[in-house]
Design a protein around this ligand. Structure first.
Ligand code: ARG
Length: 271
């Protein structure tokens, strides 16, 4: 073989070799991409074997942190029962209340459970499952308060958890930008504002207000009910358009409604 031919031959081998290596690399990348799409942050049409569930674990008895830092509560039990019914795994992440909504948008979490009331406004940007829990607002006041109805709060200072339905009803009464509304980051902080005397009343979901009274028998507070509060229904919240996940969750809700598990967990009848 003359020199020129030998070079040509070697060059051909090199070309083949690099093409081969390139193909292998491609395979690896594909494998990596496959592995990624299998992880928890499954998107629309993704793999639902493990779902990341976001929450604001400051809302006992629905969702809170126990002493060992585990996220526990009625909502958590409900989601676990749903997951079991449709054979998927779930992992809970404490995101906080306000960041929870963008976390659903970005896919940081697959869906949210957080005593979230299904409202028309929220339904414009998110999809909600069928309702799994019914609640209403409740007013918490100092024991010596003579407040007897929601309307009487009109010229009072009221604390709420920011951007909750409690915040919205109080805004409807006092005005959207009223300086007399103290919008705290969490419900326990809203209750503290009332206990400190910064607010005359705190308004929040009955589940959590009742739990506060139960856990703090010595606190000088009482609750005021008002029939004018509308019933609120909680739903699981998914990214708008993620119908595949929505259908799966609804299937689970349907199952645990039918077999009595849901009522067993919540102790309340939905309809
Ligand atoms: N039900 C109310 C709402 O949807 C309050 C929910 C607050 N939940 C929580 N985990 N902080 O606005």
């Amino acid at each position: 073989m003359n020199k020129q031919l030998r070079y040509l031959f070697m060059a051909a081998i090199l070309v083949c070799l690099s093409a081969f290596l390139f193909a292998c690399g491609g395979d690896e990348e594909e494998a990596e991409a496959d592995a990624e799409s299998n992880d928890a942050s499954s998107d629309e049409g993704g793999d639902f074997s493990k779902l990341v569930v976001g929450t604001d674990a400051t809302y006992a008895p629905m969702e809170s942190m126990d002493d060992s830092g585990e996220i526990v509560g009625i909502d958590i039990d409900i989601v676990e029962a749903i997951a079991e019914a449709v054979d998927v795994e779930v992992e809970f992440k404490n995101i906080g209340w306000e960041p929870l909504f963008p976390a659903v948008d970005s896919g940081e979490v697959d869906f949210a459970v957080s005593s979230i009331t299904i409202t028309d406004e929220r339904s414009e940007n998110y999809d909600f499952t069928d309702p799994y829990y019914v609640a209403n607002q409740l007013i918490l006041v100092p024991e010596d308060s003579d407040l007897s109805s929601f309307d009487e709060l009109e010229d009072k200072r009221v604390s709420v958890q920011i951007n909750t339905t409690g915040h919205i009803v109080v805004q409807d009464l006092l005005g959207e930008t009223s300086p007399d509304i103290l919008a705290a980051e969490t419900m326990p902080l809203a209750i503290s504002e009332m206990l400190n005397g910064n607010a005359d009343a705190a308004v929040g979901d009955n589940s959590t207000v009742n739990e506060y009274i139960k856990n703090n028998p010595d606190a000088a507070v009482k609750e005021v009910e008002d029939d004018s509060f509308e019933k609120e229904y909680y739903g699981l919240m998914v990214k708008k358009g993620n119908t595949e996940l929505l259908d799966l969750l609804n299937e689970g809700i349907e199952k645990i409604k039918e077999d009595g598990t849901l009522e067993e967990i919540t102790g309340i009848e939905l309809e």
